[in-house]
Design a protein around this ligand. Structure first.
Ligand code: TEU
Ligand code: CA
Length: 473
């Protein structure tokens, strides 16, 4: 699976944003790697507060990305190259500019009031102590109606109320619309957050936000979604499922569950700040044993939310090529579907801009503001956020050593990583020993040796912290 974060992929109209036409023009590059499936990050209508994860029009394409015709052409061009394409399904929340929310917020007796989660103040303040991913509270007060609404992410991303059958059926209709357009499935954004804890009680530890996910009711929603939509098509689904263990994970992807096909868990990406071989092998073994013969996992070490793997888990200076190849060898020989995040195949690295103003990620900017407002030293706060800022992996793909790395003829929406002169696709394609050709060989090896995909996993290097000897047979 190759993830295309289109706004940083390739700009064809000089507005500084990558676009869908840019993806079409680079499809041969992706296909030549041996990719089977493309995961396209959201390009629906959106005010772009959270880079498209705040949707205001599920049936449209945001102007920065292009238009519906271009998207349909992209789907067709992908299929012509015998590849598949899945799109992001973001249905835990919408944008606060979505017409549904504008109606819901307009009055307490609006028919769509219960399409979102509204609560009265409790003792004059927020209904409970839950924190959101991006803000100190999940509750935002609305003066007009004197109630709070819940948002698990930014204020501009109100959570939908999945208890409402009307909400669920509106989402299912939208899913049919895209599946009938010929997409091959969905990557489902934080899909385990749809069900909220009954009664919204205070959390013992508000900083451990796992109370946002895996609540009673979630499996009924996903089984209904499967019955009403997914089971009608030959498609694949991958759930983004934070806070989940192998046992819980199996409840989402077990073949007998009729919910999802595969999942991403975050035991590595969220809980292993730097490389820890023993921990990594323990996590791999536990997930292998937990899903073996019943469910299918994913393998990734970076994406648009997590900094570049060669920087975080490898060595992006002296041993950049070697460590990039080592990490790729792990990912493409472990159980589960391997994901390649755009640019990973040429060993693109994390970035280090000099000022918070060079960063765009709302999660990082909100955290910076929250910490500085507590009185912490701005420089120290900035330094503490650099390594894990999501922008590390959102700098434009480096196509060549020309201005702006050949990404755009305009001003890039996000600065290009200054190392583009050495690290770029053009150089990689001209160098037989490049990371790119190594990925190409790995992908081919996996396709030619089913034992790598379906063989058993046994770790023969158990306690060695520098070695992973994992044998399939
Ligand atoms: O990410 C969800 C989210 O922020 C976490 O699960 C994340 O993957 C990680 O655990 C934090 O380190 C999804 C999208 O991938 C992200 O880009 C959006 O901002 C977010 O949901 C809200 O839609
Ligand atoms: Ca563009």
């Amino acid at each position: 699976m190759y993830q295309v974060y289109w706004r940083s992929f390739y700009d064809t109209n000089g507005d500084g944003y990558g676009d869908l036409q840019g993806v079409i023009e680079k499809l041969d590059y992706i296909a030549n790697l041996g990719v089977d499936v493309i995961w396209l990050n959201p390009c629906y209508g959106s005010p772009d507060v959270d880079n498209g994860y705040d949707i205001s029009d599920y049936y449209g394409v945001m102007e920065k990305a292009g238009d519906l015709d271009t998207l349909e052409r992209l789907i067709n061009e992908v299929h012509q190259r015998d590849m598949k394409i899945i799109m992001d399904l973001v249905v835990n929340h919408t944008s606060d500019q979505h017409p549904w929310f504008l109606e819901s917020a307009s009055s307490k007796d609006n028919p769509k009031r219960d399409w979102y989660i509204w609560k009265d103040p409790k003792d004059g303040v927020v209904p409970n102590n839950w924190r959101s991913y991006f803000t100190p509270s999940v509750w935002e007060f609305d003066d007009q109606t004197g109630q709070y609404y819940m948002h698990s992410f930014a204020v501009e991303q109100p959570d939908l109320n999945w208890e409402s059958p009307e909400v669920r059926h509106a989402i299912y209709d939208m899913m049919h619309f895209w599946l009938k357009k010929g997409i091959d499935g969905f990557r489902m954004d934080v899909i385990n957050l749809l069900a909220k804890i009954e009664g919204f009680p205070d959390a013992d530890d508000p900083y451990d936000i796992s109370y946002l996910g895996n609540n009673p009711g979630i499996h009924e929603y996903l089984q209904e979604m499967n019955e009403k939509v997914l089971s009608h098509y030959d498609v694949m689904t991958v759930g983004e499922i934070p806070f989940v263990t192998p046992e819980d994970g199996l409840l989402y992807v077990g073949e007998d569950r009729n919910e999802l096909n595969t999942l991403f868990h975050f035991e590595v990406a969220d809980n292993m700040p730097t490389w820890d071989m023993l921990r990594y092998k323990e996590i791999q073994e536990r997930w292998y044993e937990g899903l073996k013969g019943k469910g299918w996992n994913s393998q990734f070490l970076n994406n648009h939310d997590h900094t570049r793997q060669v920087t975080r888990y490898g060595n992006d200076q002296q041993y950049r090529k070697q460590s990039a190849k080592l990490l790729a060898t792990l990912l493409h020989t472990l159980p589960g579907m391997p994901y390649i995040y755009q640019g990973e195949e040429i060993g693109m690295t994390g970035v280090r801009f000099s000022s918070i103003d060079d960063y765009q990620d709302i999660a990082m900017k909100n955290k910076y503001k929250e910490e500085v407002e507590k009185g912490r030293d701005p420089e120290e706060v900035f330094e503490s956020l650099l390594l894990l800022s999501r922008d590390n992996s959102r700098t434009p793909v480096q196509w060549n050593d020309s201005h702006n790395a050949g990404f755009t003829t305009g001003t890039p929406w996000m600065k290009v990583n200054p190392n583009y002169k050495e690290i770029n696709v053009k150089e990689a394609l001209q160098n037989r020993n490049s990371i790119y050709y190594y990925y190409k060989k790995l992908i081919q090896l996996r396709k030619e040796n089913e034992v790598i995909v379906y063989g058993d996993f046994v770790d023969h290097s158990k306690n060695d912290e520098n070695l992973a000897v994992i044998k399939n047979w």
